[in-house]
Design a protein around this ligand. Structure first.
Ligand SMILES: C[S@@+](CC[C@H](N)C(=O)[O-])C[C@H]1O[C@@H](n2cnc3c(N)ncnc32)[C@H](O)[C@@H]1O
Length: 290
């Protein structure tokens, strides 16, 4: 209840909100972060309830530092990170249709550049690779001659379980823990034929996402391929600034403009507006150095 609020008004409010506000006022953010991790481990609580509490316990962090809010959830495999598991992500049948469309488009645009994906691509790097399932799919089905296939991700659990699985099946894909905010350090002195980043930039605000695009482009040999959240009504290339999505506070960016500001050239793109494929909106950007 606020200082100016009468008791009846407070009682008419959503009781869950009252509890949430009280918890946030009485318990420090640092302690609530630990609680969010603990709650997630309570097997007897339904998954969606655990996910809700993990987010709600630290929601005020989103107002203070939106990048840190998303970073914390991914780092600890909480809330929207929880469904990322080896059993449900690896395997051709588990690759989402929107990601298959992305790789088909990538192949099409490489071919239009007179590059044979099966024989001419030697190295691939993925930013935000999770367990490494997309890289594995590409290793097996698309970039058959690639020798270096590397991914980084901040979700420690996903990287650990994904790396173990990839080792077991004898894949060339290697995944490791790293924060995309440290990408320049990660990529220093290295270039990759293909750099991929799908469904990841949305967890950074415009300034930081633009910087990641700049670094990725600098280290791209042939093609940089990115997917982002599509704005449902306006082609993202027309957005004057990034917009946080209400549901999960992830950003809808103008990636075309980020590429151009980084000195790159958008050679192909796709924006499908409100159309959803497996629950994902479709906004792909394929770029090269200018
Ligand atoms: C929606 S998932 C997409 C996974 C995969 N790229 C795909 O296309 O299916 C977003 C991924 O970005 C990763 N991520 C989020 N913030 C990150 C950061 N700061 N550094 C590295 N990875 C990050 C998450 O851990 C998660 O694996």
């Amino acid at each position: 209840m606020s200082m100016t609020e009468r008791p009846q008004e407070a009682l008419s409010r959503d009781p869950r909100k009252i509890v949430k506000d009280l918890i946030r006022r009485l318990i420090s953010l640092e302690t609530r972060k630990k609680l969010a991790i603990r709650v997630n481990g309570l097997e007897w609580v339904a998954k969606d309830r655990r996910s809700w509490w993990s987010r709600e316990l630290i929601r005020d962090l989103a107002g203070e530092n939106i990048n840190e809010y998303h970073r914390f959830l991914w780092l600890h495999h909480l809330a929207y990170a929880a469904p990322y598991e080896v059993a449900t992500r690896f395997g051709d049948e588990n690759i989402e249709k929107s990601r298959k469309m992305f790789s088909q488009d990538l192949v099409k645009h490489l071919v239009s550049m007179k590059i044979d994906p099966g024989t001419e691509i030697r190295s691939i790097f993925e930013v935000g690779c999770s367990l490494g399932y997309q890289l594995r799919f590409l290793e097996k089905n698309v970039f058959l001659s690639a020798r270096t296939i590397v991914g980084i991700d901040i979700d420690r659990y996903a990287v650990m379980t994904g790396a173990e699985y990839l080792r077991e099946i004898g894949s060339k894909v290697s995944v490791r823990y790293a924060d995309m905010l440290d990408l320049q350090k990660e990529l220093a002195g290295k270039d990759f034929d293909i750099v991929l980043c799908s469904g990841v930039l949305m967890y950074l605000d415009e300034v930081h996402a633009s910087e990641v695009v700049r670094v990725m482009l600098r280290h791209t040999g042939i093609m940089l391929a990115i997917t982002g959240l599509a704005h449902p009504h306006v082609d993202n290339s027309g957005l004057l600034q990034s917009i946080p999505r209400e549901r999960d506070l992830a950003f809808i960016h103008n990636i075309d403009s980020m590429v151009r500001r980084a000195g790159g050239k958008v050679i192909a793109r796709r924006w499908d507006g409100a159309n959803l494929v497996d629950g994902h909106s479709i906004y792909f950007v394929f770029a090269t150095k200018d």
